[in-house]
Design a protein around this ligand. Structure first.
Ligand code: ATP
Ligand code: MG
Length: 251
């Protein structure tokens, strides 16, 4: 009699746990609810764009995920662990980092000092040396006060600060805002580099070219709810979606 084949361990066939899962997330300010049950799954190494017109809740979504805006309902899981309601430093320790909208830098500190503070996080592949290799213009400004940097250099600095935390998932809130095309290209390259290393990126953007280049999934937020989601190919091939939900063409 032949032996029955033994069952493979369940883990071998189980889907990997996504680095970030958002389920039914609701939040707001004071008594005003802004997010109304947002679902978002961010697989390892993926680029997930969140698009929407002004005031639709994109920043509120990222800030709620990080814990800066209190959650009213729903949950956020980082690597399968629920972090909803945890302190911001706990969420950061779990591996989430945010590059907030409207880059804010420490004016009295130099580039080097700003990065030294950020480097106190967990060790990983991102070091100040690697950052300066990646952003040579930042390396040339090491000793400069951060408020003397150009907009593009400030963006590199805030992204660099987040990278030195060696995130397992990076949230970017309109990183291209007000930047020259050459700098936007650099932002796009860094997203591609992160994704190649398995670090997913959630990208809030007005710049559809950047969103299409950097993401493989698109979610559209309107009045605090996801009104459309699909692959970047579906989004690009259906101009009507951008016209209807974002009020723009895609030229
Ligand atoms: N700190 C706050 N206190 C009260 N209401 C706020 C606060 N921040 C945002 N809101 C309101 O929440 C809603 C969503 O704002 P949010 O900043 O999340 O939108 P957004 O999609 O990021 O917009 P934008 O594209 O302009 O950045 C808006 O009605 C806004 O006025
Ligand atoms: Mg915003």
């Amino acid at each position: 009699m032949t032996a029955q084949p033994t069952a493979a361990p369940v883990e071998e066939h189980a889907d990997p746990v996504p680095p970030l899962v958002v389920r039914g997330l609701a939040s707001g300010y004071g008594g005003t609810q802004i997010l109304h049950g947002v679902d978002l799954t961010v697989p390892a190494g993926s680029g997930v764009a969140v698009l929407g017109r002004n005031g639709m809740g994109k920043t509120t979504l990222l800030q709620t995920i990080m814990g800066f805006v209190p959650t009213m309902a729903g949950e956020v899981q980082v690597d399968g662990r629920r972090v909803t309601g945890e302190a911001i430093h706990t969420v950061a320790r779990a591996g989430l980092r945010i590059v907030p909208q409207g880059r804010r830098v420490f004016s009295s500190l130099t580039v080097e000092e700003t990065l030294q503070i950020s480097a106190r996080g967990p060790a990983g592949t991102w070091t100040a040396e690697r950052l300066f290799d990646t952003f040579p213009s930042l390396a040339a400004r090491k000793k400069n006060r951060s408020d003397r940097l150009s907009g593009g250099e400030q963006e590199m600095l805030v992204i660099g600060r987040a990278l030195l935390g060696n995130p397992t998932c990076l949230l970017l809130d309109e990183p291209s805002d007000g930047l020259a095309p050459k700098i936007v290209e650099q932002v796009s390259e860094i997203i591609v580099e992160l994704r190649k290393e398995g670090v997913p990126v959630v990208l809030v953007e007005q710049n559809l070219h950047l969103a299409i280049a950097a993401a493989d999934f698109v979610n559209i937020l309107a009045r605090g709810a996801i009104v459309w989601s699909g692959t970047v190919d579906e989004f690009r091939d259906n101009r009507e979606i951008a016209v209807r939900h974002l009020g723009v063409g895609q030229d």
